[in-house]
Ligand binder design. Structure first.
Ligand SMILES: [Zn+2]
Length: 260
């Protein structure tokens, strides 16, 4: 069996036996993958820095034939670490939610290069203390739009036509509705909010994170996405209580009326 080289970001690990770890990485080449890393808890181990949580490393592994089986580490070389993220509590919580999402919704062996690069961009931006909440919230939507759980936001769900002026994002069926198809009593939402959904797929992740957003739009978007992930997709988010009580979930009652 020959070793293969991969680049991956360590999401999680557990100690195993005396000096080993089982390490879960999000790899560029194979998506989510677990490997057995013998000896990495020994003091003199050359591989130990490469397998710490939130490091991006190059690994040489003996890859298991089946995606859900555990591979074995030969060598690991740290490329860059993202430990600094943990010094900001909010960003640390955001990243832990993204790790929940990746490990629970990406099937083993599902190759997702665009999601990999987007996740790495989020980590780089958070390490540099650039717009942590924005990066996190936009990643949640980016992940969904590049997965089988994609929202159908390319046309009006009622008349099936595309337009430049959608009136609202319909939370219940997760689609857009155009101005002409509004039912009596239904209101227009802020155009900047609706536009996030209608134009999202036209841009790459870096472009999406460099745009200017209205903070309230992001807060409402984030609330919707968290509910979708937890209630409909069944993602277990360890930090759910923390996030529900945090400022990023709080919005003025008057303002929220505009989004109903
Ligand atoms: Zn319509």
């Amino acid at each position: 069996m020959s070793a293969v080289k991969i680049e991956g970001i360590v999401l999680d690990s557990i100690d195993y036996d005396d000096f080993a770890k089982i390490v879960k990485v999000f790899s560029k080449q194979f998506g989510i993958l677990s490997f057995f890393a013998p000896g990495v808890n020994k003091e003199g181990s050359k591989n130990k820095y490469s397998v710490q949580n939130l490091t991006c490393s190059e690994f040489e592994i003996f890859k298991a034939r089946k995606d859900e089986k555990v591979s074995k580490l030969k060598t690991g070389r740290l490329i860059v670490d993202f430990y600094a993220i943990a010094t900001n509590y909010n960003n640390y919580v955001f990243v832990s939610i993204l790790v929940n999402l990746l490990t629970q919704l990406l099937p083993p062996g599902f190759k997702a290069v665009n999601i990999y690069y987007a996740f790495k961009t989020v980590l780089e931006n958070m390490k540099a203390k650039r717009n942590g909440f924005l990066n996190y919230a936009i990643f949640l939507l980016y992940f969904i739009q590049n997965s089988e759980y994609r929202l159908r936001t390319n046309r009006c769900s009622r008349c099936k036509k595309t337009t430049n002026s959608y009136a609202r994002f319909e939370y219940t069926d997760k689609t857009l509705v155009c101005v002409k198809c509004l039912w009596p009593g239904e209101k227009k939402q802020p155009p900047s909010f609706v536009k996030i959904f209608s134009s999202f797929n036209e841009f790459n992740f870096t472009q999406l994170t460099e745009m200017i957003y209205n903070t309230n739009d992001l807060i409402v978007l984030h609330q919707f996405l968290i509910n979708y992930l937890v209630d409909e997709l069944g993602v277990f988010i360890g930090a759910l209580k923390i996030i529900k009580n945090s400022a990023v979930m709080k919005i003025n009652d008057k303002i929220i009326m505009n989004y109903q």
